[in-house]
Design a protein. Structure first.
Length: 231
């Protein structure tokens, strides 16, 4: 019995050491991955990587991680001659295959959400135009409109619908523009308040699927396969 107790104690101690080593390895790997995640060369802010599953060391030995959660903030990509900033991307990656020397990683499947704040959407709009949450799944677009016929500059706000077109483009379209009896006013307002911007800077293999207008910004769901994260 004494020998059995000793063996059990040794097993518990070794198990604890293994768990400690495994968790330390995870922490180191997460830190390394945060510095290596690349989104096609576009500028990004902070990156947070969380590697799931246990044990981690056996996953590394097989060069495949069960699941990795990645959050990247402040992704800046060019769109129609302007910069459009994705405030945050949150992605859940599964079956992540590690390349030789762990210098690259590719996820077999990925789902996630990209968030574009209204401040970022305003930056991407025409000069003199601001975009804000309008409630009930709509946005409020306000612009300064020059009326040549009256030689005046008017400020007008419209309630607009936001849709995703072509799988990669955000379209903002006013539901209604009151003419107010001024010839050509609706067309002038729409020239300012209606616009489309392409979303770029996403990792290869990741596609935009659905857009929702929320109080904190546009939330765009994404999915993809064979998504390259680095390398």
């Amino acid at each position: 019995m004494r020998a059995l107790r000793i063996l059990l104690i040794i097993a518990v101690v070794l198990g604890g050491v293994f768990v400690a080593l495994d968790r330390a390895a995870v922490h180191f790997a997460e830190s390394e991955a945060e510095s290596r995640v690349s989104f096609g060369g576009v500028e990004t802010g902070s990156t947070d990587v969380s590697i799931k599953g246990f044990p981690f060391l056996t996953q590394v030995a097989d060069s495949e991680l069960d699941r990795v959660d990645v959050t990247v903030k402040d992704i800046r990509a060019s769109a129609a001659g302007r910069d459009i900033r994705i405030s945050e991307i949150r992605a859940e990656l599964s079956q992540v295959t590690l390349g030789a020397g762990y210098t690259s990683a590719t996820a077999s499947h990925a789902t996630g959400t990209a968030v574009v704040s209204y401040a970022a959407l305003t930056e991407a709009a025409d000069d003199g135009v601001t975009v804000a949450y309008g409630g009930d799944g709509k946005v409020k677009v306000t612009g300064r409109i020059r009326i040549p016929l009256l030689d005046k500059v008017l400020t007008r706000s419209v309630t607009s619908t936001v849709t995703l077109v072509g799988g990669n483009t955000v379209r903002v379209h006013a539901d209604e523009v009151p003419g107010e009896g001024i010839p050509g006013l609706e067309g002038l307002v729409r020239q300012k308040t209606d616009f489309e911007r392409k979303i770029g800077g996403l990792p290869d293999g990741l596609e935009l699927k659905k857009i929702e207008v929320a109080p904190g910004g546009l939330e765009i769901s994404m999915t993809g396969s064979d998504v390259a994260l680095a390398g």
